[in-house]
Design a protein around this ligand. Sequence first.
Ligand code: ADP
Ligand code: MG
Length: 417
Amino acid sequence: MAKLTVRDLDVTGKRVFLRVDYNVPLEEKDGKMVITDATRIVETLPTLKRLIEQGGRLILAAHLGRPKGKREATMSLRPVADKLQELLGRPVAFADDCIGESVEKLVEHMKNGDVVLLENVRYYNEEEANDPAFAEKLAKVADVYVNDAFGAAHRAHASTEGVARVVAKRGGQCAAGLLMERELKFLGDELENPAHPFVVILGGAKVSDKIKVIDRLLEKADTILIGGAMAYTFRLAHGQKVGKSLVEPDHKQTALDAEAKAKRLKVQFELPSDVVVAKAVETGKLNKKGKPVMDFVNIHTVTDAIPEDAEGFSIGAATAAHYAQIISGAKTILWNGPMGMFEDARFAAGTNAVAQAVAAATQQHGAKSIIGGGDSVKALNKAKLGDKVTFMSTGGGASLEFLEGAVLPGVAALSDK
Ligand code: ADP
Ligand code: MG
């Protein structure tokens, strides 16, 4: 069912309760919390500007970190209010709380186009508990509800779900922001009816993380390309030697079932033919978290058995070239999960080659390319190809659940068109 978006609203003079994702990375510098990456704030500006131009009175709600119901000073949204004001080029008032009289007073004095950012909603345990009384308190300052925090839409919390229910019950509109609208369009509509050939690239660490996505997309895709550590569970299931690679022995059958389903539905299902392996050795050093820092030696490519003392860390060059060839013929591409441990440059080549192929198919052949998953987006940005694909999800865990076909509570709570 299509959901109402901010394009369908007239918010002139109305109080718009706007849930945003301002869970930005912060660092302490000289006793002050400083935002190290403002991307999430920047991304909300189109929605904000649209509502401001219409003369809405914006009351922004967000969470930051995991304060677990306490007023944790390092997790205050105050620095975000300052940053937003700078980026928006107009005043942003900060409310020291997210509910109560002080908020109501502040909102009473708002004029059309004014913006208030509420303090961290997770200063209250009631937020994550989706406590109905707390949702009522949040909704006290809401005529209209807008959700632009796709990354939090898979959680039924008070500010993502409960407050929308209260507003809707009163006959108020609940709509998706522009960011949320794009997520629903690309991860939802575009994949529902993809242009063919539809090539799905799946990687990452675990089969168990991705099996629901594999299962659902087998019904739509023409080709599925498997990479990442996930591939070794398939190898294991085929009785091949995987050395010390990351595998899930309990999911051998899951892997075999996916392959059988692909065969039945005549979906081309590709597993890596070569693998970059290495031997992990301890360096004797500890990282910040006190865990031993490993180094990798004897890095080389194998096609058959992974040696006893070695681990697979990426798809090999032959696999990357083969996958790139298939990707070049695609009209729709969905990519979720890196092809290897790309964080280490020595194992990034396979992921980068696939990223190049996806970018080229998009730029040169007009393919629609959709990237979901936090680490996949990181890998693409690291390869400086983020702006060469059609869409990168901001969702992380939410995008994975959405791709699995789950109904996200934060989306379900929005008004139908
Ligand atoms: P996404 O966030 O895009 O959904 P995942 O979280 O499923 O992706 O997987 C990403 C992680 O998987 C990365 O941290 C990467 O290092 C790891 N990974 C991928 N391939 C391997 C491999 N062969 N061995 C170990 N780790 C791997
Ligand atoms: Mg991840």
